[in-house]
Design a protein around this ligand. Structure first.
Ligand SMILES: C[n+]1cn([C@@H]2O[C@H](COP(=O)(O)OP(=O)(O)O)[C@@H](O)[C@H]2O)c2nc(N)[nH]c(=O)c21
Ligand SMILES: [Mg+2]
Length: 318
């Protein structure tokens, strides 16, 4: 009885059907009432309890561009650099053909895959060793793709900065390419942190990747344990997670179990075959949506309530 009364008084003030972006045909939800409940928690909790965790490749970059050109992945940008030795490309392709099928093998258990992934990233680092290399090469290639970020990415990152929401861009790819693209797109604000694999140099020569290695299966908040960023976000228990691969949904693993998380999945390839898994994995599935409109709409609701609260406080102190 008491419980029913409580539900009555805490009735959500926002209803999913009143949020137009979530009512679009290409926006799918397995459990809209769960999304509605969490959105209300987010709105009540305000920006100071929020954090955002996003994948980079094909989550911040587009899965489909208007002119049909393919956007390279962060490793792809590096591989396109002219000064890399000829053997680098051939050897790196060989590694890709060996390890990529293991990475996506639906039957192999994850602990077994982890060993192979560590092997892949280690060998890939070893290939990127012992020759001179200049970051400007990555910058030049990345500059061609600074307009290949999702529509309204600039506005989205401006929203996150204005609201002071710590934003983690997580990539098991190459951090040098990620940062270069974000910088050149003018979205690398102080609240944005990129956790990824960064090139390391020794005596003026390339020397593989810096530690810790970020691979597909440790790409989650457990690798942040004890870091400065962890200290910044560990009390922020309202989390938006965004990704395009099923594994991206686990990026917030390691945060307290009591956290409220909305997982947004961008689905583009093999829509029918993937739909079921994406629906079970992400709270909101966006089919061929090349914009940041849905996450922006969530932030707008949070900001609106925040402003109302601030106005009320100002008036009560007058
Ligand atoms: C070590 N290594 C890993 N990858 C791929 O890079 C991806 C980076 O992982 P991610 O950033 O989590 O995923 P996303 O690209 O789907 O956003 C992994 O899923 C691997 O398939 C790699 N790809 C290339 N081209 N070269 C490499 O050396 C290499
Ligand atoms: Mg991705």
């Amino acid at each position: 009885m008491g419980c029913e009364e409580k539900q009555e008084t805490t009735k959500p003030s926002l209803r999913i059907q009143d949020i137009p972006v979530l009512m679009q045909d290409h926006c799918r939800m397995l459990d809209p009432s769960k999304v509605e409940r969490i959105i209300n928690e987010f709105v009540q909790g305000g920006p100071e309890r929020m954090q955002l965790v996003s994948d980079f490749d094909y989550t911040i970059t587009k899965q489909r561009t208007e002119d049909g050109s393919v956007v390279p992945s962060s490793f792809g940008i590096f591989n396109a650099c002219q000064s890399l030795p000829d053997s680098f490309k051939t050897e790196s392709d060989k590694l890709y053909h060996k390890y990529r099928p293991i990475e996506i093998d639906p039957h192999m258990p994850i602990p077994e895959k982890v060993q192979y992934m560590v092997e892949w990233w280690t060998k890939s680092g070893a290939l990127a060793t012992g020759f001179p290399f200049d970051q400007s090469e990555i910058d030049q290639i990345a500059s061609k793709y600074k307009n290949a970020l999702r529509d309204r990415t600039h506005e989205f990152f401006a929203d996150l900065q204005r609201l002071g929401i710590p934003t983690l861009v997580f990539s098991a790819g190459l951090g040098n390419s990620v940062v270069s693209l974000l910088r050149q797109a003018n979205v690398m604000h102080p609240n944005v942190k990129v956790v990824s694999n960064f090139l390391q140099f020794r005596n003026g020569l390339l020397d593989g990747f810096q530690q810790p290695m970020i691979h597909t299966f440790n790409k989650n908040e457990t690798v942040l344990d004890g870091s400065e960023y962890y200290n910044l976000v560990h009390t922020r228990d309202h989390i938006i997670v965004m990704g395009d691969s099923l594994g991206d949904a686990d990026m917030a693993s390691g945060v307290p179990a009591s956290s409220h998380i909305i997982k947004i999945g961008f689905l583009f390839e093999h829509v029918e075959a993937n739909m079921d898994k994406y629906m079970k994995t992400f709270d909101i599935v966006l089919v061929d949506d090349q914009t940041m409109d849905v996450p922006r709409a969530l932030l707008a609701l949070i900001e609106k309530q925040h402003q109302l609260k601030q106005q009320a406080t100002t008036q009560s102190t007058l």
